[in-house]
Each structure stands twice: as structure tokens, then as C-alpha cells.
Write a protein that binds this ligand. Structure first.
Ligand code: ARG
Length: 577
């Protein structure tokens, strides 16, 4: 990519390691001489002056100018650089790279618990996991998207019991939720009375029956799972999320006990039966990780025990190069324990595992947050977002048909909701407000969608069908830098191309850190640079035909980067807005 080549040339002519910085007035890249100064016991300013002097005299292609600045050497791009950067930015798949070609990566995300609507944390997991998957794919990896729903556990046992007690035959997830809330209340009442926990005992019996694979109980579980999954599927469809494999926790009950005993045999130093109560304990103090239990005294298994089976299963089935699990960071410790355990069990894949944790989400008070606790229907979030998008299309879209309006508001509503979640870095908490997330102004997905749409409509208006980068003429304006440095572009044009040229390295950085928010932040800055350029310089009424073409190329490249960038994290851009 143009930027990489530029950095390579900087290094070659100066002998210094240059970094892209795009800082105000400091060139596209700079190198600092402080480390050398310590080594050579020389003034960094002097080192920078000498290096810049030498580099200036060397033959350069993409570097147009070099200047020393207070211990730094700054590198300015040449016209050739801008030509190359623009040419690459106009490519359809600009931003994609081949860094992970040949790699097989399993990404597990969403994994909601059956019997309840999506927990808001599962919405974040779904959106974040899907964006990570797309990022990895943009870098050439083959990704298997994996969903591991919680289709066992106490919440399912409670529901089975509720169905039995009320002789209910729920038809949809809302009825399921009612039943869940009912049993929950009964259990709470019982607990408050401080007497015998008859119902509580029953829940445990049902749990044991699930664990023992009792046919009748499993039949009810299956019914519950079907109802839940029908609703999850609807959500996935709305979000444009697809899974290659959906395999629930219940599958891993069968061999979980055996896995726990295997752990004891393989790592006797760390997996021991507690002589007091007979539980099988995973002891990780030595690694500064809290202990956990692998088997209860009655031989039943736990969440972590089943995760051992799941990890083996993924490895046997996919022989992955990397396996990533996306969950709330409440589970950080769980995954530390699990990964350490697998390492102690000498699993060949133990070091290929990664966990991506994310912070809590709360809904800013509004229509949907009145629902009990953190349970929300994704539908309601998306509905509020789409309605608010529709309201903003308002007069602007006077000429749009009702069908068009509906389509646009859905793309904007869903896209901005996703962006609203993704623009916050993984570990940070989110205070979410769907209406704010779709605002056409501010740091939102809708704003980016709108910027891309506007840029594209400008291109259409210009009547120029195809921009050939080789035909672009870089001519200086009055007051612009000379032709050699900065390609004769004015300040806003220059900044815009520099920003555009950063895109591929932004994508690879975001991929390496499993952090879509890096792309989000970048796109917002790019849009700001575009708007500054656009506010100050006329495109269609530029001084000359050459300048007009050049500016149209900038517009086209910006639209391309925004659209590709959004697509890479799972957000589409509507045709009109
Ligand atoms: N179902 C779990 C929950 O909602 C998440 C599962 C995460 N994946 C895993 N392999 N443990 O908390």
C-alpha cells in the first residue's frame, strides 16, 4: 500500500524508523532521534539535522520533502505519493489485505441463553463478534462463526419447571418470558419466607434430570430451545448476522465428567479432590488465577467443565489457527481459568485461544429501558432506532416512496445501532440511547452513512463516469505548497488524501487487536477531514477542469473508504438518505 511504501522509503533515505503520524504540519510520517541521541550521546536536534540533510540529497520517489524539527525528522509526500494513494483508494476492495491468508479462525459470539430474550450483553456480543469476523475476513482469513447458546443451566431448568407446574404450552418468546418471570417470583417468595426451599429443590431436580439426559425433560428443553431460537433467528436476520455452526451447551454434558477426570489425571498437581467436601477443584493460585470447581461432589459438571469439551470439539472439527470467544468481561476470569487448564492438560491448541471481553451496557432511560433489568427485545431497540431515522429523513426525503423510506430507515436504524455499539472500545461500558445513535449529525453511524451518500450523489451530479487516476493532474493553487512537496495540493486536499492513505493500516491494526472501534474512530476523523475540504473548496465549480477532476477523485475515494470501512464492520450504506 502507498503508506507502507512511503514509510519504507523514509527509512531507506534517512536510516531512521519512521512512523505515520499525520500530525498537524509534521508531514505524513516522522522519525524521532531520541533513542539515537541516548546511544550516541549527541544532541537529538543535531542528529535530526544531519539525517534530514542527507535524506534531502538522496533520490526519492514518494517522499517529496524532508525537514528536521526539534529532534524529529518529518517526511512530506510527493505528487507521486498522492497519485499512488488515490489510485489505490479508488479500488473496489481498498482496505482489504492478505495478512491472514491461509489462516482458519473460529470466532464464537452471541451465545445467548435460551428461554429469555437477548440480554443486552448478548446484543453487544453479536454485533462485536460479527464485526471481528468481518475484520478477519477482510484480512484474508477463513472464518467459522460459531454460536454456543446456553441451552441448559438453571434458567432452562426453571422454565421446564414453570411449564410443568402451569401446564403451559407457550407459543412464543414473550410467553416464555412471562413464565420465567412467574417462576422467578415464586422462587423469590419462597426464599423470603426462610422456610424449606421446596421449589428450589425441584429446580435442582430438573437440572439433574437434564444432566442425566432424561428423555422427557430433554423433550421440554427442546421445545423451549425451539421457541427461543425462532426469535433469535429473527434478530440475526435483522442484524445481517449468520452463523456457520450453532451448537449449544447441552451437547457437552455427555462427556464433561470424563473431561474433568482427564484433567485430574493429566494435571494432578493442579486438579485435586477436596478431602472435605469431595468436589474436584482446579487450583491455579500459583498462576495468580482464582480457583474453580470442575466437578461437584455429586458428580455433576459446571460451565467450565463443559467448556473443556467445547474447546476440544472445535479443535477436532476445525483444526484452527486461532479460536476466539467474545463475551462480557465478567467472564474474563472464567476464560483465564479455562485457557490455563487446557494448557495444563497439554492441549496442542492451548496457545491458539483468545478471549475478547467487553464492558457493560446500560440503556439511557427511555421507552425500552423500563423493562425489567437488562432484558430487552432487540426488536424494540431497532424499532426505536428506525423510527428516529425515519423522523430525520422527514422533509429531506419528500420525494421518497413509502417503501424507500422504510428501507432507508431500516438500514440507518440497524447500521447506526451497530455503529453505536462498535465505536466504543471493547473494554469500556456503553450507555446506549438508540435515538441518539441514529442522529444524522455528531459522531454516529448515520452521519457516516450520510456523508457517503452525499459524496456519491455529488459524483453522480458531476456527470463524470469514471475517474482515471493516471489522468489526474496535480496543480498547485495560489498559496499552495510547491509542486514537489505535497503534490501541489492545498491544505485540506492534502490532509484528506493523507487520511485516506491510512485506511489499510487502520484495518490491519483493528484486526490485530480485535477492535472494530479503531475503524470507527478513523472513519469519523476521515469524514471530518472530508467535510472540512468540502466546506472550503468547490468541487463542481473548481477553477479548472483538471482541478475539478482531482477533487472528484478525492470525493470518490472518500466515499469508497467510508463505504468499505463500514462494510468491514458490518454496517451498510443506503442508496439515498
Ligand atoms: N451463554 C453464555 C452466557 O450467556 C456465554 C457463552 C460464552 N461462551 C463460552 N464458550 N463459554 O453467559
Amino acid at each position: 500500500m502507498a503508506l507502507q511504501k512511503f514509510l519504507g522509503e523514509c527509512e531507506k533515505i534517512s536510516g531512521l524508523k519512521a512512523q505515520a503520524n499525520a500530525r498537524e504540519g509534521r508531514g505524513l510520517a516522522s522519525a524521532n532521534c531520541f533513542e539515537l541521541s541516548r546511544e550516541q550521546k549527541k544532541d537529538p536536534r543535531e542528529i535530526a539535522e544531519i539525517a534530514a540533510g542527507k535524506a534531502s540529497k538522496r533520490k526519492k520517489t514518494l517522499v517529496g520533502g524532508v525537514a528536521a524539527d526539534n529532534g524529529y525528522v518529518n517526511f512530506f509526500p510527493s505528487k507521486k505519493f498522492f497519485e499512488l494513494a488515490l489510485k489505490q483508494a479508488l479500488r473496489k476492495k481498498f482496505g482489504e489485505n492478505a495478512e491472514l491468508i491461509g489462516q482458519k479462525i473460529v470466532v464464537e459470539y452471541s451465545s445467548p441463553n435460551v428461554g429469555k430474550p437477548f440480554h443486552i450483553g448478548h446484543i453487544r456480543s453479536t454485533i462485536l463478534g460479527d464485526a471481528i469476523k468481518r475484520l478477519l475476513e477482510a484480512s484474508g482469513a477463513k472464518v467459522i462463526s460459531f454460536n454456543y447458546p446456553g441451552d441448559s443451566g438453571t434458567q432452562v431448568a426453571k422454565l421446564v419447571l414453570a411449564l410443568e407446574l402451569k401446564k403451559a404450552t407457550p407459543k412464543n418468546e414473550r410467553q416464555l418470558l412471562k413464565l420465567y418471570q412467574w417462576i422467578h417470583k415464586q422462587l423469590e417468595k419462597e426464599r423470603a419466607q426462610n422456610g424449606v426451599l421446596k421449589l428450589g429443590e425441584k429446580v435442582r431436580e430438573v437440572s439433574d434430570a437434564i444432566e442425566a439426559q432424561d428423555a422427557k425433560t430433554l423433550g421440554t428443553v427442546e421445545k423451549i430451545r425451539e421457541i427461543s431460537f425462532r426469535s433469535f433467528e429473527k434478530s440475526y436476520k435483522k442484524l445481517g448476522v449468520k452463523f456457520d455452526e450453532v451448537t449449544g451447551e447441552s451437547k457437552f454434558f455427555a462427556n464433561a465428567k470424563q473431561k474433568a477426570l482427564e484433567a485430574k489425571a493429566l494435571a494432578p498437581q493442579f486438579v485435586q479432590t477436596d478431602p472435605k467436601d469431595g468436589t474436584l477443584v482446579l487450583k491455579l493460585e500459583e498462576f495468580s488465577i482464582p480457583n474453580n470447581i470442575l466437578l461437584r461432589s455429586n458428580g455433576t459438571t459446571l460451565y467450565i467443565t463443559r467448556d473443556v469439551g467445547l474447546a476440544d470439539y472445535k479443535w477436532e472439527k476445525y483444526a484452527f489457527d486461532k479460536s476466539i470467544t467474545v463475551t462480557a468481561s465478567e467472564q474474563n476470569t472464567h476464560f483465564k481459568q479455562l485457557f490455563k487448564l487446557l494448557e495444563l492438560m497439554k492441549r496442542p491448541y492451548a496457545l491458539k485461544l483468545a478471549h475478547v471481553g467487553f464492558g457493560l451496557i446500560t440503556l439511557e432511560s427511555g421507552k425500552i429501558s423500563s423493562r425489567e433489568g437488562n432484558l430487552v427485545y432487540l426488536d424494540e431497540v431497532l424499532k426505536e432506532a428506525s423510527e428516529s431515522a425515519l423522523a430525520q429523513i422527514g422533509e429531506r426525503g419528500a420525494g421518497y416512496s413509502p417503501a424507500e423510506r422504510k428501507k432507508i430507515s431500516s438500514i440507518v436504524g440497524v447500521g447506526s445501532t451497530k455503529f453505536g455499539f462498535l465505536r466504543v472500545s471493547n473494554e469500556k461500558n456503553i450507555l446506549f440511547n438508540p435515538s441518539k445513535a441514529v442522529s444524522f449529525t455528531g459522531d454516529t453511524g448515520a452521519y457516516l452513512q450520510y456523508t457517503a451518500v452525499r459524496a456519491k450523489s455529488l459524483l453522480e451530479k458531476s456527470g463524470v463516469k469514471k475517474i482515471k487516476p493516471s489522468e489526474l493532474k496535480f496543480i498547485g493553487e495560489k498559496g499552495a505548497d510547491n509542486d514537489r512537496v505535497n503534490g501541489g495540493l492545498n491544505e485540506e486536499e492534502k490532509k484528506l488524501v493523507e487520511k485516506i492513505s491510512l485506511f489499510p493500516s487502520i484495518v490491519s491494526q483493528a484486526t490485530r487487536h480485535y477492535s472494530p472501534h479503531i475503524v470507527c474512530e478513523y472513519l469519523l476523523k476521515l469524514a471530518a477531514a472530508f467535510n472540512e475540504f468540502y466546506a472550503k473548496h468547490s468541487v463542481l465549480d473548481a477553477d479548472s477542469e483538471d482541478k475539478k477532476k482531482l477533487r472528484l477523485a478525492l470525493v470518490a475515494a472518500t466515499a469508497n473508504v467510508i463505504e468499505n470501512g463500514l462494510k468491514i464492520i458490518g454496517v451498510s450504506v443506503p442508496k439515498k438518505m
